[in-house]
Design a protein around this ligand. Structure first.
Ligand code: ZN
Ligand code: ZN
Length: 406
C-alpha cells in the first residue's frame, strides 16, 4: 500500500458526512466578507480533527504539524454570490440577504465554493487520521471574499505570514462547468488579471427641453461606451487576449431632466502587465477626451476596485502535482487546463510568503449539462465531484509530504 492509498482508505466512511456538509454549506450561503456561520462551522470541524485553528482577517486557518518535513498550504474560498438559485435540486438554496446597497438579494453558492470547502475538510480529516503515513505540516486555509478580490488581501493584511509557518508550496483548486471526475491542470499563466473601474463623468444639469443650458452626461457616457470597444479591436495587436466590458451605466432619474453626472462600471482582463497597462491608459485617455469633446465642466474621476492579480502556476510544483494526479486518477481523467478568462485572488497568499504555487480545476457536471460559474444553475453534482476534489487535494499534498511513495 502506498501512503496515498493508506490515507485515502477511510474516505468511503467519511464521504456521507462530507456530502451532508456540502449540502449544509450550500443551503447556508453567505455574501463575501460576511462568512460568519461558515467560519464557525469550518473552525469547529478543524478543531475536532486536531488542527490548531487561527482566525485571521475574516478567514480560518488550520495547522497540522506532523514532524519534520515540508509545509504544504491548501486554500479553499468560502463566499457565495447574490444569485437566486434555479437548479431545481431538492437541496437548492432559498436563502436571501440584504446586500451592501440595501437590496434584498437571493443567495447561492453559484461558484461552487461549497464544493471547495467540503473537499478541503474531507482532505484535512483524512490527513489528520492518516498522519502515520506522512511527515511535515499541512495547512488548511479557508479564505473569505474571493469574489470581490478582498479576502486574500485581508488575511495577509491581518498578519497571516506571522501566524502560520511559511509554506514550501501552496495549492488551490476550483470546480468548473466541465466533466465531473476530470481534473484540469497546466503550468504557466492560467488566469487573467482583472481590474474594475468606477468612472464618474461630470455634466451640467438642465431641463430636458433646454439641453443648450447644460452639458449632457448621458450623451458623454454613451460616446464612451462605444469608443471603449475600439481598445481591444483597434489598439491591441491581433491575437492579443483581452476583454473590456462596461457592465453598468447609470445616470439621471426622469425623462425631462438632464442629470449632472453619469457613472460607468468597467471591467478589464489581460494576461500580461503590458497589455493591462495599455488598456487602462487607453480607457483613461478616451474618457478624458470624450469629456473634453463635450465641454464637461470638471475632469472625470477614476476609482479602481476589485483588482485581481495574475495566476501563474510554478513549473516545478505543477509538474510534481500533475504527476501525482496522473498516478492517482489515470491519464484519461487528468487533462490540460486551457487558459481561463476568469481571475482569482489566491496568488496573493503565496505571493505574501514568496512561495511557489499550483492551481488546478476539476469538473462538476455530466456531459451536456455544464453551466458557467455564477449561473443560477451552477450546482455541481455531489459525485464524483466531491470524491475527485477530496482525492486531488490528498494526492497533491502527499506528493510533497510523502514523496518517497510516488
Ligand atoms: Zn466566482
Ligand atoms: Zn469561484
Amino acid at each position: 500500500m502506498t501512503a496515498l492509498s493508506e490515507v485515502l482508505a477511510p474516505l468511503p466512511t467519511t464521504m456521507p458526512g462530507l456530502e451532508e456538509l456540502r449540502i449544509d454549506l450550500h443551503q447556508h450561503p453567505e455574501l463575501s466578507s460576511h462568512e460568519t456561520r461558515t467560519n464557525a462551522k469550518l473552525s469547529g470541524l478543524l478543531t475536532g480533527f486536531g488542527y490548531t485553528v487561527h482566525e485571521v482577517g475574516g478567514g480560518i486557518v488550520g495547522v497540522l504539524a506532523n514532524g519534520d518535513g515540508p509545509t504544504v498550504l491548501m486554500r479553499s474560498d468560502t463566499d457565495a454570490l447574490p444569485v437566486t438559485e434555479q437548479s431545481g435540486l431538492p437541496w437548492a438554496s432559498t436563502a436571501t440577504a440584504v446586500d451592501d446597497s440595501g437590496n434584498t438579494v437571493g443567495l447561492m453558492h453559484a461558484c461552487g465554493h461549497d464544493v471547495h470547502m467540503a473537499s478541503l475538510i474531507g482532505a484535512a480529516e483524512l490527513l489528520a487520521r492518516g498522519r502515520a503515513f506522512w511527515k511535515g505540516t499541512f495547512i488548511a486555509l479557508f479564505q473569505p471574499a474571493e469574489e470581490t478580490a478582498a479576502g486574500a488581501k485581508a488575511m495577509v493584511a491581518a498578519g497571516l505570514t506571522d501566524v502560520i509557518p511559511t509554506p514550501d508550496v501552496a495549492l488551490a483548486q476550483h470546480v468548473f462547468g466541465m466533466e465531473a471526475g476530470a481534473v484540469f491542470i497546466a503550468p504557466g499563466r492560467i488566469m487573467a488579471c482583472a481590474d474594475s473601474i468606477r468612472v464618474t463623468v461630470h455634466g451640467v444639469g438642465s431641463h430636458g427641453s433646454m439641453p443648450n443650458l447644460g452639458v449632457d452626461p448621458v450623451v458623454v457616457a454613451a460616446a464612451i461606451v462605444q469608443r471603449l470597444q475600439g481598445i481591444v479591436s483597434r489598439e491591441l495587436a491581433p491575437g492579443t487576449q483581452a476583454v473590456v466590458t462596461v457592465g453598468s451605466v447609470q445616470a439621471g432619474t426622469k425623462s425631462n431632466i438632464i442629470p449632472d453626472r453619469a457613472t460607468l462600471l468597467i471591467n478589464t482582463r489581460a494576461y500580461s502587465e503590458e497589455v493591462r497597462d495599455a488598456i487602462v491608459t487607453a480607457i483613461e485617455r478616451i474618457v478624458r477626451a470624450e469629456c473634453q469633446a463635450s465641454r464637461c465642466p470638471r475632469e472625470p474621476e477614476f476609482e479602481y476596485y476589485d483588482q485581481f492579480p495574475f495566476t501563474t502556476n510554478d513549473d516545478a510544483t505543477t509538474a510534481t502535482v500533475t504527476a501525482a494526479l496522473r498516478a492517482h486518477f489515470g491519464d484519461d481523467r487528468v487533462r490540460e487546463l486551457e487558459r481561463l478568462a476568469g481571475s482569482e485572488d489566491f496568488s496573493t497568499i503565496p505571493a505574501a510568503f514568496g512561495t511557489p504555487y499550483t492551481f488546478w480545476g476539476f469538473g462538476g457536471f455530466p456531459a451536456g449539462e455544464q453551466p458557467g460559474n455564477h449561473s443560477p444553475f451552477f450546482a455541481p453534482v455531489q459525485q464524483p465531484t466531491l470524491s475527485t476534489g477530496t482525492e486531488a487535494i490528498v494526492a497533491a499534498a502527499l506528493a510533497f509530504l510523502a514523496p518517497e511513495e510516488h
